[in-house]
Design a protein around this ligand. Structure first.
Ligand SMILES: Cc1cc2nc3c(=O)[nH]c(=O)nc-3n(C[C@H](O)[C@H](O)[C@H](O)COP(=O)(O)OP(=O)(O)OC[C@H]3O[C@@H](n4cnc5c(N)ncnc54)[C@H](O)[C@@H]3O)c2cc1C
Length: 473
């Protein structure tokens, strides 16, 4: 049977669902094709269940830390079954909402099966032929597994997807990969009492690019977490029921060594589409269009900022343009914002230190350490540092990186300021309550303002005065 449509969307994840909504605003002849699961990576095996596990780890840590406040407790007893029960049932609830949405869409606009191009504009899906005027590829990504590991380790090798189906916590796990996913899961499991070691390929832990903050991150995570840096030649082997990594035995090896865009089984050889030297699609992120073809790409499949809100935005742009084809509109993109739910948390807003340096920008850095920051000390979360970067001549905020308390919230304030084009002076003129963690940001901004040698504002307009006497700012 041959089906024909205006827009075929490959993948019903976050990007695909956003593309579907945007395309349906123009035409009913849309086909959303899903190969494996409805429910999205975010809800099923990504953002949401990982945050549920982290929340359980934080609860265990709060009990552990209570005596530091003079609140005496018995040592926390973690019931792994109860932890995983909550993770799975809340996860299922989140997935349920997504399923409800998809099932509410007309059946004639949905197709189940793996889609593969057989010619430009022609797809094969579960034995059927689909002809589409334009196609959105929103096929997501999957974990990279080093060659031979699966064969050698069998079911003792797991990825993030497997963790959230556990009915109990394992005794021990080797986590390979100190990127965002490896770091978040390793910290959560460690706090829940799982014996663990985190293996990093080099000496970097997490995504911070500012060398001072990356060194601080390494130091802070190493205080808490058994870490093995520069672990290049890991040669894990199975011995009985256990995985042996660098001489240490574990129940499981959790592979979090990066993710790979799902572009390799799509029949793309039938389309003559341009690629970067690294093999990624040559895309315009403001249109989602791949080269000049009626093919649009969105979400993790693009290899560009693999984050939920970016996938949703890119999906909307791609779906809108696919339905308008051959008209293609440029759309704005938001200021970059990334958060890692580690402990301490990490946030990156606007341009990173590495991007500013590579672009040869003339910028100054304002710094604050949270070690003596008042409210952070009150709450015993006084670990970390924040760097803010501003353009030398104008004082315009360009970006920020931080590891420390409340990073998920400060990251938002900083990204919003970058997107609005705020100057350091404008930010200092905003209200700062006392005592709050945000006062640490103000300290960094004040130092930056002084380093930038900007002329002081006239007294009639300047709001930020000399408040050196404030306690613990
Ligand atoms: C453990 C983990 C934690 C995360 N935490 C966060 C977080 O805290 N915050 C954040 O912003 N982001 C987080 N992310 C990233 C975020 O989940 C992703 O960026 C986002 O889900 C990507 O959405 P997507 O639509 O591109 O892909 P997906 O949601 O993966 O959708 C892709 C869909 O395409 C389908 N598909 C693949 N090939 C085909 C084909 N040939 N034909 C038809 N269908 C196909 C797949 O089955 C899948 O359903 C996390 C990710 C992970 C793994």
């Amino acid at each position: 049977m041959t089906l024909s449509c205006d827009v075929a969307i490959l993948g019903a994840g976050t990007a695909g669902m956003a593309a579907y909504r945007a395309a349906r605003a123009h035409t009913d002849r849309v086909l959303l094709i899903e190969a494996e699961h409805y429910g999205t990576t975010c809800a099923r095996v990504g953002c949401m269940p990982s945050k549920l596990l982290i929340a359980a780890g934080d609860a265990a840590r709060a009990v552990h830390d209570a005596p530091r406040f003079g609140v005496m407790t018995e040592p926390a007893r973690v019931d792994g079954r109860a932890v995983m029960d909550r993770v799975r049932s809340e996860r299922d609830r989140f997935v349920g909402f997504v399923l409800e949405t998809v099932q509410g869409w007309p059946e004639a606009t949905r197709l189940f099966g793996h889609a593969r191009f057989t010619a430009p504009g022609v797809l094969e899906v579960a034995g059927q032929t689909v002809q589409a005027k334009a196609v959105v590829i929103a096929t997501g990504s999957r974990p990279v597994i080093p060659a031979g590991w699966r064969e050698r380790l069998g079911s003792r090798l797991i990825v993030n997807d497997d963790v959230f189906d556990w009915v109990d916590l394992p005794r021990s796990v080797a986590v390979v990969g100190a990127g965002v996913i490896g770091l978040e899961l390793a910290l959560a499991l460690h706090k829940l009492g799982v014996r663990l070691r985190l293996f990093a390929r080099n000496d970097r832990v997490g995504p911070l690019t500012d060398p001072e903050l990356q060194a601080l991150a390494r130091e802070l995570f190493a205080e808490d977490l058994p870490l093995c840096l520069n672990a290049t030649d890991l040669d894990p082997v199975l011995d009985g029921d256990e995985v042996v990594v660098a001489g240490e035995r574990f129940d499981l090896l959790l592979c979090a060594a990066g993710r790979h865009a799902n572009l390799d089984d799509l029949g793309l050889e039938h389309l003559d589409l341009p690629r970067t030297p690294e093999g990624h699609p040559t895309l315009d992120r403001h249109t989602g269009q791949w080269g000049q073809a009626p093919v649009f790409v969105a979400g993790d499949a693009t290899n560009d900022r693999p984050l939920l809100h970016e996938a949703a935005d890119a999906g909307r742009i791609a779906g809108d343009n696919a339905a308008r084809w051959p008209e293609v509109h440029h759309r704005p993109r938001r200021t970059p914002l990334a958060v890692v739910f580690s402990d301490p948390q990490i946030a990156m807003a606007g341009a990173s230190h590495a991007e500013l340096t590579a672009a040869g920008m003339a910028f100054d850095t304002g710094r604050v350490s949270f070690a003596d920051q008042g409210r952070s000390r009150v709450m015993l979360v006084n670990r970390g540092g924040l760097h803010v970067y501003a353009e030398r001549n104008t004082g315009r905020l360009l970006g920020a990186e931080m590891i420390g308390p409340a990073a998920e919230h400060l990251g938002h304030l900083l990204a919003w300021s970058v997107q609005r084009g705020d100057t350091v002076r404008q930010m200092l003129d905003c209200p700062f309550y006392h005592p709050v963690v945000e006062e640490g940001l103000r300290t960094a901004l004040r130092q930056l303002s002084s380093d930038l040698h900007l002329p002081p504002p006239p007294p009639e307009t300047g709001l930020d005065g000399d408040t050196a006497a404030e306690v613990g700012a």
